[in-house]
Design a protein around this ligand. Structure first.
Ligand code: IFM
Length: 474
């Protein structure tokens, strides 16, 4: 073990993982009783997803999970973050479970445990059963209640083998890209529905956390994963600082406020007062949402530069492209700017300082809350070379830079417990279909052949040693 001061050592027990989500990798969309989610419907709607791609087959993880767990073990990963598909275990979003659906997750978690890999289960990664959307979706309170029932069913089935639970993944995307911008399923463009959805996702999180605490062993670890926006003003002007405040309110504090502090931010309520009086927040709701968490998941990809702008801001977020609505209710007069610097294939600027900013900011405000980076990674135009390997030095450099930032946050006091690369496998990147590849492992979709990229081999060395060496040390 080198004593070089430039080698960064992560604490013993730090979780080294990779993440996926059900709709993006599983496939088997119509097998064993699974019915449609809002993403199946969205994919079938012309013009919504790149070239009409769907998650029907995806990376076929449903059938190939054993091979995928073997790959994880060979890479030395100590944790795997996956999501449970609600329409696979409870197709209509209410009533009894489909045993075959649950059995898939039992087999998957058994296989992980047998290989010494800690399962980290997310209960909702955007695949709402279509029947619940037809009944109103997340803008309706009943969806939060259904979610808590579903969470309890999964908790009962897997609680003996899963210790780490995440209620929601990136509720900002579900609420504001799904119901505001319309670029994600279900494709609605209604700012009031987006605010209502945000509240009912918060409520669903709180109700599910309560239900899980009641039935899981005391050792269970509960969490939520948020895609927090690392914001920068275009200039130091007061107007641009106010643009940061507005986006922070509707992008970050709309979840952090009720989940971690038991209240919606006053400035968010004021910014959106012309749209809604928030009467959908009932007495006791914020108390219900404010549940103790064992750790907070932070998903980070890039920074966002904003300014005060005259007129209506372009409806874009982090390169998701123009939808027909805005994902920023109450922040119409905010402009979004491309920061200078190297970009990934998503057009997202590579800026690891944003990860340090988020982790240290959270540690400062919530010093007793452990943190986990539950997603971080980059898409690049990966190709299989003539020798059958996939060389992706840009991804290795991206991961190296972000792990360096994460280590700096640890040194600066953040209680960071783990890091999950997004993603284990190339997969269905939502509205971008299979065009964007985020995997450590390349997937050749026609044959489903898996090829670990050079970044996977690099990450494996970090995971095995818990040490981050300077880039030249490979
Ligand atoms: O692929 C997504 C994932 O589903 C949620 N977080 C961002 C990733 C990259 O866009």
């Amino acid at each position: 073990m080198s004593d070089s001061p430039t080698v960064h050592r992560f604490p013993a027990g730090f979780l080294w993982g990779a993440a996926t989500s059900a709709y993006q990798v599983e496939g088997a969309a119509a097998e064993d009783g699974r019915t449609a989610s809002i993403w199946d419907t969205f994919c079938r709607t012309p013009g919504k997803v790149f070239r009409g791609h769907t998650g029907e087959v995806a990376a076929d993880h449903y059938h190939r999970f054993r091979e995928d767990v073997r790959l994880m073990a060979a890479l030395g990963l100590t944790a795997y973050r996956f999501s449970v598909s609600w329409p696979r275990v409870q197709p209509t979003g209410r009533g009894p479970v489909v045993q075959q659906g649950l059995d898939f997750y039992r087999r998957l978690t058994d296989e992980l445990l047998a290989n010494g890999i800690t399962p980290v289960a997310t209960l909702y990664h955007w695949d709402l059963p279509q029947e619940l959307e037809s009944a109103g979706g997340w803008p309706e309170r009943t969806t939060a209640e259904r979610f808590a029932e579903y969470a309890a069913l999964v908790g009962e089935a897997l609680g003996d083998r899963v210790e780490h639970w995440t209620t929601l993944n990136e509720p900002w995307c579900s609420a504001f890209l799904g119901y505001g911008a319309g670029v994600h399923a279900p494709g609605r463009t209604d700012p009031v529905a987006a605010l209502r959805a945000a509240h009912h996702l918060n409520l669903g999180h709180g109700l599910a956390a309560t239900a899980l605490r009641d039935l899981l062993p005391a050792s269970a670890q509960l969490s939520v994963s948020l895609n927090l926006h690392a914001l920068r003003p275009l200039t130091p002007s007061a107007a641009d600082q106010d643009a940061v405040r507005r986006i922070d309110a509707v992008g970050n504090r709309v979840f952090l406020g009720p989940m971690l502090e038991g209240a919606y931010p006053e400035d968010l309520l004021a910014d959106t007062a012309h749209l809604s009086d928030w009467a959908f927040v009932r007495a006791g709701d914020t108390k219900e949402i404010h549940q103790p968490l064992d750790w907070l998941g932070v998903n980070y990809y890039t920074t966002t530069v904003v300014s005060a702008a005259e007129g209506t801001a372009p409806a874009r977020e982090d390169g998701h492209g123009a939808g027909t609505g805005s994902p920023w209710p109450g922040a119409d007069r905010v402009g979004f700017h491309q920061a200078p610097g190297e970009q990934t294939a998503m057009g997202w600027v590579v800026d690891p300082t944003g990860l340090h900013q988020l982790l240290t900011g959270l540690a400062h405000r919530h010093p007793d809350l452990p943190l986990m980076v539950t997603e971080n990674g980059a898409a690049y135009h990966d190709e299989i070379g003539e020798d059958g390997t996939v060389d992706d030095p840009e991804r290795t450099a991206y991961l190296h830079a972000h792990l360096t930032a994460a280590h700096r946050a640890l040194t600066d006091g953040a209680d960071l417990r783990g890091y999950f690369a997004w993603s284990l496998l190339d997969n269905f990147e939502w509205a971008y279909g299979y065009e964007k590849r985020f995997g450590l492992v390349h997937v050749d979709y026609p044959t489903q052949a898996r090829t670990p990229k050079s970044s996977a081999h690099w990450y494996a060395r970090v995971a095995r040693t818990g040490e981050l060496h300077p880039p030249t040390g490979g």
